[in-house]
Design a protein around this ligand. Structure first.
Ligand code: IMP
Ligand code: MG
Length: 176
């Protein structure tokens, strides 16, 4: 029995995730050909998705990382902290941000403001998940994995108080 089984119910299997990631990578490859590409993985949640996604993007690229956090337990604090913003010159380049989930949209709104200042030709966003029911600010997601209902999910990079990031699937977390 898996350590996570008591509190986590599988919602998207590893096979569903990898099929979707492959399709997104192929679409990104076709769309972003021709300009230098920089991808920024939003840590920590975006790490796994980014690692899988870039292996399906058949283009030369530079990889960067930044840290953002707004959650404590399963509640968004509404205060977004962005750390280690890479100081890059992105003129003439495409920038692809890779995130685990867009929930209220506040984190990505803050990140996009910072990233737009770097002068990229285009700033694009890929997110594995989106919870549209919770949106506070509008965010356009160029490459979305799955829309999900208003449930707290873990796995494939997503955590509950730092637990469960290593699950190969995405599951709905509940205390009981
Ligand atoms: P937002 O600023 O409300 O859009 O929140 C985005 C961030 O909150 C994500 O990058 C996640 O780290 C975290 N988050 C939002 N919903 C969930 C969830 O269901 N499970 C785990 N983390 C979540
Ligand atoms: Mg995150």
């Amino acid at each position: 029995m898996s350590y996570a089984e008591q509190k986590v119910r599988v919602y998207l299997t590893a096979e569903q995730l990898s099929a979707r990631v492959k399709a997104l990578g192929e679409k990104i490859t076709a769309d972003l050909r021709g300009k230098p590409l920089v991808v920024i993985s939003i840590m920590k949640g975006g790490a796994m998705f980014a690692a899988d996604l870039v292996r399906h993007i058949d283009l030369p690229m530079e990889m960067e990382y930044l840290y953002a956090r707004s959650y404590s337990g399963s509640k968004s604090t509404g205060i977004v902290e962005v750390e280690r913003i890479p100081r890059l010159d992105l003129k003439g380049k495409n920038l692809l941000l890779i995130e685990d989930i867009i929930d209220t949209g506040l984190t990505m709104d803050t990140i996009k403001v910072e990233m737009t200042k770097l002068g990229a030709e285009r700033v694009l966003l890929s997110s594995m998940l989106s919870k549209p029911a919770r949106r506070v600010v509008e965010i356009s997601i160029d490459y979305l994995g799955f829309e999900i209902p208003d449930e707290f999910v873990v796995g494939y990079g997503l955590d509950y108080n730092e637990d469960y990031r290593n699950l190969p699937y995405i599951g709905i977390y509940s205390e009981t």
